[in-house]
Design a binder for this molecule. Structure first.
Ligand code: PLP
Length: 378
């Protein structure tokens, strides 16, 4: 048996919904399916407004525009994240200030944020790694005290919660991903979530090329015009129609993923107890969504051997992120605040195991056996 690392979520109902859009003859954005998806997100998360975008990358770029980030402003984020978290703000001329992560969750260490704030700081961008919430109460309190905007990179956090609140709905803006590697997919896609009802109009304007076309379509203004800078962030109805049946089945997909995640955890627990590996930590405040299952080896050398061993055994396991502050662009556009105690070290130990909708607990059992065999070798 071969185990691929990821499969795009699929319900079997996508074709029917795609055909509906094609029959309607209207495949541009903001039709019936986009509205359904937006409404679903608003209901699930409690956001005042939610809008599908063409990617999470674009949702992050929108949030940078909405925050009015200007050249010379500083933005605080972890270095252990995907490039889009950083690009969105560097594109607006911001200086990136990378803060170390916590070794338990790989999330930004909230206790180090305050020390990284200067009079140029405009925003804090927590990334909910693996769908496990950052310490949002602390982060939002720091932001409120210093007048900063909080933008959640919740690309991995759809259907995950912190103290009962949906990830993406806690800060001023939240960004979801519906890329094919995420829990729910429209191929390429995402969404922006807006907390403050006063800010949804501006979000609609920025998303519609800086025009008030949305208000015009609702009959609130009698002609539409250029109001602000913006871009085209809305996806085609075809993409929204592909996503919709997955959102309808979100509880079921989420449960199936959690069953596999829990099976990994149970099957590998003895290796953690023997001190051979580290398993993910889920803080008591967090309800995660099994976006990812990872383990941590002793070091980089052991990780390289484990990945090669699993490959020989037909299991595709991968690692990610090379810390952004060590990359060429990271050095050009940012700086690391304080000491890199965990970012590099933890990133070098982490291995991601196969996890997707359609993986079975039995599959997980056999993958775990192969991991046991690796550690039994020596
Ligand atoms: C996937 C991901 C993104 C980018 O999502 P896209 O929809 O592909 O643009 C951004 N941030 C994080 C943390 C991600 O995991």
């Amino acid at each position: 048996m071969e185990y691929t690392f990821n499969r795009s979520p699929f319900t079997g109902k996508e074709a029917k919904h795609l055909a509906n859009v094609m029959k309607s003859g209207k495949i541009c954005g903001d039709g019936l399916y986009t509205k359904r998806c937006n409404q679903w997100i608003e209901e699930k998360t409690g956001a005042a407004g939610a809008y599908l975008t063409t990617s999470c990358t674009q949702a992050l770029e929108m949030s940078a525009l909405l925050t009015e980030i200007r050249p010379g402003d500083e933005v605080i984020l972890p270095s252990y994240t995907f490039v889009s978290t950083a690009n969105a703000f560097a594109l607006r001329g911001a200086q990136l200030v990378f803060v170390d992560i916590r070794p338990d969750t790989n999330n930004i260490d909230e206790t180090l944020i305050e020390g990284a704030i200067t009079d140029k700081t405009k925003a804090i961008v927590p990334v909910h790694y693996a769908g496990v919430g950052c310490e949002m109460d602390t982060i939002c309190a720091i932001a409120a005290e210093h007048g900063l905007t909080v933008i959640e990179d919740a690309a991995q956090g759809v259907m995950a919660f912190y103290k009962g609140r949906a990830l993406g709905s806690i800060g001023d803006y939240g960004c979801f991903s519906f890329h094919e590697t995420k829990n729910y997919s429209m191929g390429e896609g995402g969404a922006i979530l807006i907390k403050d009802p006063q800010k949804t109009d501006m979000a609609e304007i920025v998303r519609e090329k800086g025009t008030d076309r949305s208000r015009f379509l609702r009959g609130q203004v009698d002609k539409y015009s250029w109001v602000s800078i913006g871009s085209s962030y809305l996806p085609s109805e075809l993409n929204a129609a592909y996503l919709w049946p997955q959102l309808e089945m979100a509880e079921e997909i989420n449960q199936a993923r959690l069953v596999c995640w829990n099976r990994y955890f149970e099957d590998l627990r003895d290796l953690q107890e023997a001190g051979r590996i580290r398993l993910p930590v889920i803080p008591a405040e967090c309800e995660h969504n099994a976006h990812m299952f990872y383990l941590k080896t002793a070091d980089l050398e052991e990780r390289t051997r484990l990945i090669a061993w699993l490959k020989e055994q037909g299991v595709q396991a991968v690692f990610h992120y090379v810390p952004l502050h060590s990359a060429r662009a990271g050095k050009l556009y940012g700086r690391f605040h304080g000491e890199d105690r965990y970012t590099t070290k933890e990133s070098e130990r982490l291995v991601r195991l196969p996890m997707y909708y359609g993986l079975t607990p039995e599959d997980v059992g056999s993958i775990a056996e192969r991991i046991h065999a690796f550690f039994a070798q020596k």
